[in-house]
Design a protein around this ligand. Sequence first.
Ligand SMILES: [Zn+2]
Length: 130
Amino acid sequence: MIKKGNKLYSIFTGACPKCHQESMYSNKNPYMLKDVLKINDSCSHCGTKYRIEPSFFYGSMYVSYAVGIAFAVAAFVISYLFLGSGLMTAFIAIVGTLIVFYPVIMRLSRNIWINLFMHYDKSLVKPKTD
Ligand SMILES: [Zn+2]
C-alpha cells in the first residue's frame, strides 16, 4: 500500500498534491465520464489552488502521451508475450486497452503533471476539527 506523504499516493488516488487529505476531483470515479476531468478549484483542507494558471492542465497532454504509451506497451507485453497472441490480436488488445483505460490515463496524466509542480507538505495536514 502506498501511504499518504508519498508522491505516488497523490498520483494514483488523485488526492491534493500538497496535503493528500482529499481528492482533487469532484467525482472520485473516473468512469463517470461527464465528471472525468472535473477538478475542484482548490483543496478545502489546505486551500491549495490546483490551477497554477488558467490553462495549467493543458500541459498534462504531454504526460498523457507517455502514460498512453506505457499502457500500450503493457497491453502488448501481456497479450503478445505472456498470452502468446498473434500480432493482430495484440494490436486489438492495445486499442481496447487505450479505450477502456482512457479516463484513467487522463486522470493519471493530470495527477503526474500537478505533482511535478507541487509537493507534499506535512505542515498543511491539520487534524480535522469536526
Ligand atoms: Zn490539500
